[in-house]
Design a protein. Sequence first.
Lengths: 248, 322
Amino acid sequence: MKILVCISHVPDTTSKINFSNGDSEFDTNGVQYVINPNDEFGLTRAIWFQEQQGANVTVVNVGGPDTEPTLRKALAIGANEAIRVNANPTDGFFVAKQLAEVIKNGGYDLVIAGKESLDYNGGMVPGMIAGILGSNFLNSCTAITVEGNNVNAVREIDGGKETVNTTLPLIIGGQKGLVEEKDLRIPNMRGIMTARTKALTILEPVDAPVNTKAVKFEKPAPKSAVKLVAADNLDELINLLHNEAKVI
Amino acid sequence: MSLLIYAESAEGKFKKVAFELASYAKKVAETLGTTVTAVTVNISDVSELAKYGVDKILKVNNDKLAGFTAKAYADVIKQAAQKEGAKVVLLSSTTDSIYLSSLVAVALEAGFASNVVGLPVSTSPFQVKRNAFSNKAFNITEINTAIKVLGLAKNSYGIFENAGSATEEDFNPTIDENDFGVKVASVEKGSGKVSIADADIVVSGGRGLKGPENWGLIENLASVLGAATACSKPVSDLGWRPHSEHVGQTGKPVATNLYIAIGISGAIQHIAGINSSKVKVVINSDPEAPFFKVADYGIVGDAFDIVPQLTEKLKAFKAQHS
């Protein structure tokens, strides 16, 4: 089985979010980048398939040279090889088009992308890849097993979950549950050393339309301070929720 | 041209998000000088939609669509959009609608903006404001394609009645057998309780509750408020509560009217997941807990004393106001 894991290179959750150039660009100053958490669950599941079922795992990212440390980290965690499509990932469809091209040319059976990246929160790339390729697609996937061509997987739904059967080739939008948080791996020294010699192929992007453009960013208005209510004055809290906030 | 919405339903009834989407669509349609068409799947009585400003309803009734299948539903929406010549297609942000929206966008060669909050900033060029960076910022996205698909963030606009009448029309799109490559084998749903996705109020517990045996506190308060119950990540990691209740960045997102955090310190990942809730209340014994920085109302004190009292008082309040 050939698995492709799509990796987004995103600011660490604890990063301060600021914008530069007249609020038109994300300010990367002092920002630590990580593998997008939803992608990391998928990557770890892919490594499980590699170890248990002999799968070959490629990681791919659409981004500039500055994203390579994130791909190297994925290699250090255990991916066999990496691909970087050398383009600025501005629009979801543009990115999906690039990834679809990689998938077509590489003949991957299973494509694991995170259901959403934590920077733009678009949540659209896995579905768009499936739309472009016409493959089977499962979003919000929290568990997956593969036997031969047959896939058994779980999708989170509002208020519960559903178990589905499908077949390869398959695209999933993955999330926590594919593996548990405790099963996520920190690269060890040996992994880091071997990652240096694994193949990282750079591909130039194919032509694709850029359908959307982030033109400006805004930060939420600063929050007013919390109103503290004394623990022995719960009637006041009820009063505030009813008359001021109007939520009960 | 008109504006098309997919009015999502479950078990033969519209979801509340369908009414919010219709309310939103009406306002956008007014700005664009057009009308709102809704497409519905397997709903016999669709009249309720007219209350929220829908002008025309395309009713799809087909046994093959009895269960939700993203590709098939996306195909139905695409055909409805083509039939109506819709230039704007609006979808909500439930798990199912998020699942199908990118398929709809690709099928219509449309630019897609998800997590949209508020009315378009401008219609020419077409620009919308959306949540980004896990609710730590907004971004204004411009869509350059002839057809535009928008995903409206849950609870970001509100439900507004807009009395009118809607014409109804049966619509029979072509159903492609190839759309059923993913087959549902079984569904597990929490029994009879309010789900986090549907709830107006969520009561959430953290490690401050000391153990799963104390969850009655959370459940009783939630029950009085008609709220869903949720928990922080450590609580689900410890196995005190099921993963399906974990809210936060890697758990479920919450965008309710009222979020009550009990014994939750407020790690940045937790806040990222719940921050689009309108009103946040924190009850915590530690006045330095980060949650106080993002909450609207707070009580410093022992949850084991406060929550039962609050539950009793709310019970009396509800009895008086119902």
